[in-house]
Design a protein around this ligand. Sequence first.
Ligand SMILES: Cc1cc2nc3c(=O)[nH]c(=O)nc-3n(C[C@H](O)[C@H](O)[C@H](O)COP(=O)(O)O)c2cc1C
Length: 181
Amino acid sequence: MKKLLLVTSSVREGRIADKIAAKVQEHLSTYPDYEVTVADFKTMPLPFFDAPMSPAAEGFEATDPNVIKWTAMVKESDAVVMLVAEYNYSFTAVLKNAIDWMAKPWNDKPIALIGYGWVGGAKAIAALRIVLGSLISAKPLETEANLRFMQEIDLEGNVTDEEATNTAIKTTLEELKLTLG
Ligand SMILES: Cc1cc2nc3c(=O)[nH]c(=O)nc-3n(C[C@H](O)[C@H](O)[C@H](O)COP(=O)(O)O)c2cc1C
């Protein structure tokens, strides 16, 4: 079994992240070797990073119970699937804060990126790739899924082009499968 962590990046009321997550879960359920856990910062809110030292520093230890839980989720996963909402041409502050709470557990972690928005979250993912490639050295996959408003999905997050949506998600998850071996 491979442990996959599905991470949502929006906590706003009425978020479409839930519908995107349901669609991605549908795909993940077709892989019999995957055991999927969801990390949702709406139900597992994290404090804004306020630790006295960097998580990259020797001796760093989280004290907040949700940060401890979130860190364990990433540590124990074989790969992470991030659902990337685009806010002001970038990924959400919620996701950035979550990433900042740890360093080592990200090292070499394969990350599949599924964006949504007017350009399919492409700008958000471009910004996120820089962060994932920083000192934390995660391994974002080459392929990414971009679900675009008025094309693959509507503004409520409903799939309007089933074939294009399935292809985009499947292509990304297939690269992940190859990476996991
Ligand atoms: C603060 C804010 C900024 C946004 N900026 C962008 C943007 O730069 N590009 C984009 O495609 N959509 C943008 N949107 C629209 C979001 O893509 C849309 O609200 C989407 O539903 C957000 O995902 P969520 O519902 O899961 O939070 C923005 C939305 C908010 C709330």
